[in-house]
Design a protein around this ligand. Structure first.
Ligand SMILES: Cc1cc2nc3c(=O)[nH]c(=O)nc-3n(C[C@H](O)[C@H](O)[C@H](O)COP(=O)(O)OP(=O)(O)OC[C@H]3O[C@@H](n4cnc5c(N)ncnc54)[C@H](O)[C@@H]3O)c2cc1C
Length: 338
């Protein structure tokens, strides 16, 4: 019997595996794709996520950013980070960095599909392994979450994200968020010659069609698209509990509000720490409560901005209000950054 089986080798699964191996656990990761794995993502690591990544010993190449700028075609306002910088890191670079550290820490990686899960009082069975605990890190649409009955139906508009890399020199050292009537476009510097543009919307359509809603941005991003566009969604995933016996959900599998505030990786890395703590203490029953406490601030702020963005009357006031009260805007940016 191994100590910890991790289903899914994305950032959450690999961070969990690295921390588990460092804590002296025998860890196996089952991942169905061969790395480095790409995915739809704004690729902006907020400063607290950069700190957690550093703690994992991963030094992924990218571009620092120093704050968040909101723009609506007329107004712009920037909230600078008070502490350290964030970092734009391409998913493939992040994945490669995490994989290297995981392998060096002694994590075993198996390629395959994490299938059915069964458990008894002492262990979990999955993918031919018997483990003391299972970390389900199988992403936004987690099959394990669904199979264990831990998913909840979510109400409200369904939103998707679509991302394109564009080969051009970044023109800002902040992440820019452009607001239009029904969508937001995020521009993240990710390399000296590349920016990522992620568009979040509840409307159907391809990247070019959505980009048309942002004329100023459309004019600026004249560079050549690099690699395929990638899409993901629906973003909102509600979860009843993050623990079922010896199984714990981590990363997007544990629930997701929206990509609107650049959250995701920070919560995933923070949760990986909690999960490994609960495994070493043999206290899986503590995980859900600790996860909710750790992620509360980010979830509440993201849900609040999302609610404002869903109301046409409030939505058109978001950037003007941020520009009118730049100190408040900076405060909110820093609550999400720290
Ligand atoms: C458009 C968009 C923009 C975003 N922007 C940001 C941002 O700027 N900053 C930020 O921090 N976050 C952002 N996020 C969120 C971030 O991408 C996620 O929080 C992060 O990828 C979560 O990592 P994960 O490991 O939980 O999931 P994933 O990265 O999805 O990894 C899950 C892994 O599990 C594997 N898997 C799934 N099922 C199985 C199975 N049955 N067997 C084996 N393997 C399996 C998959 O192949 C995958 O490799 C964004 C998300 C979207 C959609």
């Amino acid at each position: 019997m191994i100590d910890l089986l991790v289903a899914g080798g994305g950032p959450a699964g690999l961070a969990t595996a690295i921390l588990g191996a460092r804590a002296g656990l025998e860890v196996v990761v089952v991942e169905r794709r061969h790395g480095p794995v790409d995915k739809a993502c704004g690729e902006g690591l907020m400063p607290h996520a950069v700190e957690l990544l550093r703690g994992l010993g991963v030094d992924a190449p990218g571009k620092p950013f120093h704050g968040i700028t909101y723009l609506d075609g007329r107004l712009r306002v920037t909230g600078l980070f008070r502490g350290g910088a964030g970092r734009g890191v391409r998913r493939t670079a992040l994945h490669a960095g995490l994989l290297d550290v995981a392998m060096a820490a002694g994590v075993r990686l198996e390629h395959g599909n994490a299938g059915l899960v069964s458990q008894d009082a002492l262990s979990v069975h999955c993918s031919g392994f018997r483990a003391r605990y299972l970390a389900a890190a199988d992403g936004l649409h987690s099959p394990i979450r669904a199979a264990l009955g831990l998913a909840r139906a979510s109400s409200g508009p369904r939103r998707w994200g679509i991302r394109r890399h564009i080969l051009m020199t970044p023109w800002s050292d902040c992440v820019e968020v452009y607001w239009s009537d029904g969508a937001e476009a995020y521009v993240t510097p990710v390399a000296d010659d590349c920016v990522g543009v992620a568009i979040l919307t509840s409307r159907k359509g391809g990247f070019d069609e959505h980009l048309g809603a942002f004329p100023a941005l459309q004019e600026t991003v004249h560079g050549q698209a690099h690699g395929p566009d990638r899409a993901a969604g629906p973003l909102r995933q509600k979860v009843r509990s993050r623990t079922a016996g010896r199984v714990m959900l981590v990363g997007d599998a544990a629930g997701y509000v929206d990509a609107l505030t650049g959250e995701g990786l920070g919560i995933a890395f923070g949760a990986a720490e909690l999960l490994v703590d609960c495994v070493t203490a043999d206290r899986p029953q503590d995980y859900d409560r600790r996860w909710r406490r750790m992620s509360r601030r980010y979830r509440l702020l993201t849900a609040a901005v999302l609610r404002a963005s869903a109301s046409p009357a409030l939505r058109s006031r978001v950037v003007p209000a941020a520009a009118q009260f730049p100190g408040v805007f900076r405060g909110v940016v820093n609550l999400l950054a720290e």
